[in-house]
Structures are given as C-alpha cells and as structure tokens.
Ligand binder design. Structure first.
Ligand SMILES: Nc1ncnc2c1ncn2[C@@H]1O[C@H](COP(=O)(O)OP(=O)(O)O)[C@@H](O)[C@H]1O
Ligand SMILES: [Mg+2]
Length: 341
C-alpha cells in the first residue's frame, strides 16, 4: 500500500455518491494565470473527524478551502459536501459550512456581544434568539469577561475565538479553519486547540489547514500533506510517521556496567551499532521496522541484562515532511529548490 492510500477505508468509487462523507473532492484544480495553485487534489473527510491539510506557505491550502466553500470557482474537478455538489448548489453549501475569516470586517467600535448579535441578525435570526445565541457563544469561547468591551481592545487570540464563534452562529455541521493558530502565542494556541476539539465533541466535522506539523499531529485524526498544489501523502499522523520509517528504540539499562554487553547484543541481533546517549546506561537503537524492538529486548533479557525503561520513538512529522517532499516544511519556494532533492 502506498502512503497516499493509507487512511482510506474502502470508501468506494465516486459513483457511490458522497453522502456518507463530509467532504469528497476529486481532482480539484485552480489556476491563477499560468500558475496551477491547486493541481488535482482529492480529499475525503469523514463526518465527525478533524481533518488536517498540512503544507507550507503557498502550497494551495487556502485556495482549496475557498473552492470548497464556494468562495472561488472550481476550474476543474468536482466537490461534494455531505453529498451536495458544491458548484451546482452554492446556497446549500453555505448553510452546511462555517468559514472563519469571513467576519474579518467586524466593527471595531462594537463589543463582542454586539458583533455576534449583529451577525445573527444579518443571517435573518430574530432579535431575542440572536441575543441568546450571542450569550451562548460568548460562554462557549470563554469571552464572557470581555463580552462588553469593544473589539479594538481584544488580543489576537480573543479575536480568533470571536471569529470562530461568529462562524458557528448558524450551527453548521462542517467548519473550515484556515490556519487557526498562525501567529498566536503558545498558550493561546493551546486554548484554541481545546476549542477546536470541543467543536468535534459537539458533533461538528472540522477541516483545518496548518503549516505546523505539531498542530496536525496534536489535532488531526487524519492528515493530507500538500505541496505545490498536489497531495503528496495522506493518513493518520501515526501512519505517516510509520510509513516514512525509522523508529528509534530507547533503552535505559538498570546497570550502566551492562552497556558493553548490550552493545554486543544489538550488533548480533540487528547487525548495527547502537548510539550511546550521554546519560549513563542509555542506548538508542535505530530500527528499520518497529517490531525488531522485541528481538533486541529478548536478546537483552536472555543475556541477563536488566532494563529499567524502554520506549520506541517514531519520527517527528518534521522528518516525515522532509522525507515526503524533499524540502523542509518552512523553506521558501525559490526556484532551484530542486537542487535540494
Ligand atoms: N488570487 C490570487 N491570484 C493569484 N495567485 C494567487 C491568488 N491566491 C493564491 N495565489 C497563489 O496560489 C498559490 C497558493 O496559494 P494559497 O492557496 O494561498 O496557499 P497557502 O494557503 O497554502 O499558503 C500561491 O502561489 C499564491 O501566490
Ligand atoms: Mg493560506
């Protein structure tokens, strides 16, 4: 099985209809001038999951979301949201999808409560209900204390939460979050992650984009890695890491004096050299396959070497990205990146 096939469970061919999926996109293309910003992307997002679209700046993440949200015309390919064709039924799609960022023009002089009330009214919601919704959302997003302050006094994290709150006024079943934590400090970022997780607990499906590998790792049930308008891999964060390869077995020996014996055993079992770590009695062993860890441990036990702790570390998503794309997630797209491959 190739990496791209990972994480797909017999969803079947397109002719099955996409009603069982939150998002089904096939061969999406967007061209700006001569530049194919999105160059044939397929996506399948299942109801109730957090799906991460991971890619560096300029990869085509926002363009993909905007096409799915009917904010940009789809040049080629097709997309369905809960079985509804995006190009054919834009009005229905807008009721199914909550998009953040579209309330960027909030009135700075109004308070958060007034903004939410106003947006509710603009969506045709009656005044008493709009008041109720505003209060509920302010509570859900931890904005009660600042609810009656003008937005102008809000921090970046508070604005981001208000923006998300505004996109939930109509309780859409699917939420698009375009880089929800870019530019936030680590603590605010953690709060935003909790908020996003709580959306799913409430029954929403979340499609988010990120350029942060740790964010995809922490939040997403499944991830599509995109680079230069194309999907280069897909799977759970664990599947991506496993597919890319080398795990490391870390062993802490009870007796540092046993190190030479342990080294001997690793050589015999794997035919490779362990890496001695500066901590006393600690060995790191690179594994081609994670299950070779057991062979090493059995060897140590048979030789009477006692072990105080063991772990198998998978590679980080940073290493995964490098392996899949041939470049670091954060390097710029300069001409000549080919040289780095
Ligand atoms: N409206 C536009 N006109 C021309 N080029 C665009 C436009 N929007 C995006 N692009 C280009 O398309 C590519 C993908 O952009 P984008 O989808 O914003 O990437 P990402 O969100 O992954 O950073 C980039 O090269 C960007 O410069
Ligand atoms: Mg973007």
């Amino acid at each position: 099985m190739s990496i791209t096939e990972l994480g797909r469970t017999g969803a079947g061919p397109a002719s099955d209809g996409g009603a069982d999926l939150a998002v089904r996109a096939e061969g999406l293309v967007k061209t700006f001038g001569t530049h194919r910003a999105v160059d044939g992307i397929d996506l399948e997002v299942r109801p109730g999951e957090i799906f991460g679209v991971l890619g560096p700046n300029g990869a085509g993440k926002t363009t993909t979301l905007r096409m799915l949200a009917t904010l940009l015309k789809i040049d080629a390919g097709r997309a369905e949201i809960f079985g509804v064709d995006v190009a054919a039924n834009p009005h229905m799609i807008r009721q199914l999808v909550g998009v953040t960022g579209q309330y960027a023009s909030v009135d700075e002089k109004l308070t958060a409560r007034e903004n939410l009330w106003l947006f509710s009214r603009l969506q045709g919601i009656a005044a008493p209900r709009a008041r109720h919704i505003a209060t509920e959302l302010l509570g859900q997003f931890g904005l009660e204390d600042a609810a009656d302050k003008p937005i102008a006094q809000y921090s970046g994290g508070m604005r981001r939460r208000l923006d998300l709150a505004a996109s939930l006024i109509t309780r859409p079943p699917l939420i698009f979050l375009d880089e929800p934590t870019t530019g936030l400090d680590p603590r605010t970022r953690g709060q935003m992650w909790d908020t996003i997780r709580s959306l799913v607990t409430d029954g929403c499906t979340v499609l988010l984009t990120t350029q942060y590998l740790d964010e995809a790792d922490q939040l997403a049930d499944r991830v599509a890695v995109i680079d230069r308008g194309r999907k280069v891999a897909e799977g759970t964060p664990d599947e991506l890491k496993t597919a890319v390869g080398n795990s490391t077995l870390q062993v802490q020996l009870a007796e540092p004096a046993d190190v030479p014996t342990a080294v001997e055993i690793v050589r015999r079992v794997l035919g490779s050299e362990p890496i001695l770590s500066p901590e006393q009695g600690r060995l790191n062993v690179a594994l081609d396959q994670a299950d070779l860890a057991a062979e090493v441990l059995i060897g140590l036990r048979t030789a009477g070497v006692s072990i105080s702790s063991v772990s198998v570390a998978k590679p980080s998503l940073d290493e995964v990205f490098l392996a899949l794309t041939g470049h670091e997630a954060d390097d710029e797209h300069e001409a000549g990146t080919e040289e780095n491959r």
